[in-house]
Design a protein around this ligand. Structure first.
Ligand SMILES: [Zn+2]
Length: 209
């Protein structure tokens, strides 16, 4: 995996002016923004190039088109859109991640994200799925759409509120191969140093093309 050189586009599902689902005192878009912003801060800390696909459109279709356009404006290795699931039956629960049917890379990233999320949240795994979602169909890069857990399920959201930070760290690590808690590493031209300027030995696996 091209961890250090990896480029990612990521966006929170929906928009502040065209919101997704809500339930149990949570708003889907607000929670997605929280997860995405934390993911972006981890990318910045660990020198992973990241583009935010946030869009404030008040129309759902325009929001989708604009977010895809933002992802496609860059040559990225992976495009992520972050959501929460919802259903009329409050007992529906669990984690699922979507990818574009036939995309091997998409399936690989979906599996990595799915495993990281349901394990850290201790939610039921609903598996990885394919569907003709606008995001996974229209992004140029391998794409995944995360359905973290059900906002309409009380127990899911209790787990999410308890473990969300660890969950985002685990997703970051699973997708990039970089330990979220590890020190920031920078190439000086002759050696790798951490944020205090101390030389660090880097695993060649992480650096390989
Ligand atoms: Zn959504």
């Amino acid at each position: 995996m091209k961890a250090v050189n990896m480029k990612i586009a990521i966006g929170a599902g929906h928009s502040p002016n065209c919101r997704g689902a809500s339930g149990n005192g949570y708003d889907e878009h607000d929670e997605a923004v929280k997860c995405v912003n934390y993911f972006i801060s981890l990318c910045n800390k660990h020198n992973v190039t990241v583009y935010n696909c946030f869009d404030a459109s008040s129309n759902a279709s325009t929001n989708l088109v604009n977010q895809v356009a933002k992802a496609n404006a860059h040559n990225v290795d992976l495009a992520i859109q972050w959501h929460f699931n919802s259903f009329v039956l409050p007992t529906s629960n669990g984690t699922e991640v979507y990818y574009y049917k036939g995309s091997e890379a998409g399936a690989k990233y979906a599996r990595l994200a799915q495993d990281a999320i349901f394990k850290s949240l201790t939610t039921k795994s609903r598996g990885i799925k394919t569907n003709s979602l606008y995001w996974t169909t229209n992004t140029n890069a391998p794409a995944i759409l995360i359905e973290t857990c059900f906002i309409s399920n009380k127990k899911n959201m209790e787990k999410y509120s308890k473990y969300w930070k660890k969950m985002v760290q685990d997703v970051f690590t699973a997708l990039t191969g970089i330990e979220a808690g590890s020190t920031y590493i920078k190439w000086t031209g002759s050696k790798f140093v951490n944020d205090t300027g101390t030389e660090v030995k880097v695993d060649p696996f992480i650096l390989s093309e």
